[in-house]
Unconditional design. Structure first.
Length: 364
């Protein structure tokens, strides 16, 4: 390896920030245990922030950005790496080719760990070594009507600090929100070359569990993302799509039943019951996210409302089916006075239910 090579260097002198490709000597590099001849490199999101204006992430200038790479070890003072080792992947990402969805899922699964896996080839043999992960929590999406929306956070924002403490993993944000128990949290946020502070108030959310029941969590409504691109998706066969839609509809109905039972039992907050105003706001938000998100939201609401309409409550279709069944069994229509009384009770119940939901829309 030649002692001279080209590198992208960022520098800051006073208020002047520069970035340019220069030919430098390896003596320019900071002292380290391992020197790698880079053959392939990926653009980490932290590098993108640094290339803007340093983003307060660089402590010392001049600086060469870049932490995701593959290449060959040419010098090593570490007992883990030896001269001639080829670093062919980091955390399963083979940087010489497109990353697969499997590798992405492995990355997301391991990001909360204190170390990540580096795949190394040495003398034809491939093995793994451990090293620390470095990634910032980036917002890829927002949950409608969430605390993040109220705090005016946007997709693409990056959380740099929580209550003045720097963070480098999304899980640190999640842990801070849970520990807050609803208390205000001060965030330092990077957005398009600007850094600002905002205060966010976590909201209580009752999460349905697969085995039934709910668990209370505190949420701010941020959807995290490690890299600024979308995962590849593929179409599935029609029969498989029908099968999946059946199970998803079943899940929506059972969650609806479970939720209403626990609201009545007092196990979860009544604010989980939304009315037409919140439904309209959520639909509007999802429409801005795109046609697919909007259609999925409409399908969810349609399944939930359709199920409610089939409940055996007078004035609803389910109630009429009960009256039809009575007439079919006893060969005569129900008593008119009883029918009118039940319809009045049913109407009063639905009216109370709607008013209660609208009350939640305004005051929850």
């Amino acid at each position: 390896m030649s002692d001279n090579f080209k590198a992208l260097i960022v520098n800051q002198e006073g208020d002047k920030f520069t970035r340019e490709v220069k030919s430098i000597n390896k003596d320019f590099l900071k002292h380290g245990d391992v020197l790698v001849k880079v053959e392939y490199s990926a653009l980490n999101y932290k590098d993108a922030l640094i290339l803007k204006n340093g983003a307060k992430l660089v402590k010392e200038f001049p600086h060469i950005p870049g932490i995701d790479f593959s290449g060959k070890v040419v010098e090593s003072k570490s007992d883990k790496f030896k001269e001639g080792d080829e670093i062919i992947s980091i955390l399963g990402f083979q940087l010489s080719s497109a990353s697969s969805i499997k590798n992405m899922l492995e990355y997301i699964e391991n990001i909360d760990k204190k170390s990540i896996e580096y795949e190394v080839r040495r003398n034809g043999e491939i093995f793994n070594l451990s090293g620390p992960p470095v990634d910032l929590p980036r917002i890829s999406g927002l949950v409608p009507l969430s605390a993040a929306v109220e705090a005016s956070l946007n997709a693409g924002d990056v959380i740099l600090e929580i209550n003045g403490e720097p963070i480098n993993k999304f899980n640190q944000l999640k842990e801070a929100v849970e520990k807050s128990a609803g208390s205000p949290i001060n965030l330092t946020v990077w957005r398009e070359e600007k850094i600002f502070q905002t205060t966010i108030m976590p909201k209580r959310e009752d999460i349905p569990q697969p085995e039934g029941g709910f668990i209370t969590k505190w949420r701010i409504g941020i959807i995290g993302s490690i890299y600024p691109f979308e995962l590849l998706t593929e179409s599935i066969p029609v029969l498989q799509a029908i099968k999946l839609s059946f199970f998803q509809t079943y899940s929506i109905i059972t969650s609806s039943i479970n939720g209403r039972y626990h609201i009545i039992a007092g196990n979860i907050c009544t604010c989980n019951l939304s009315g037409p105003i919140e439904i309209a706001e959520i639909s509007s938000h999802m429409a801005k996210e795109g046609l697919q998100s909007f259609i999925q939201t409409l399908a969810l609401f349609s399944a939930a409302i359709g199920f409610m309409n089939l409940l055996p409550i007078p004035v609803l279709d389910g109630g009429h089916l009960v009256f039809f069944a009575y007439e079919a069994i006893f060969k005569k229509p129900p008593n008119q006075k009883a029918f009118s009384a039940l319809m009045t009770v049913g109407f009063a119940f639905i009216l109370f239910f709607m008013m209660f939901a609208i009350f939640n829309d305004y005051f929850c």
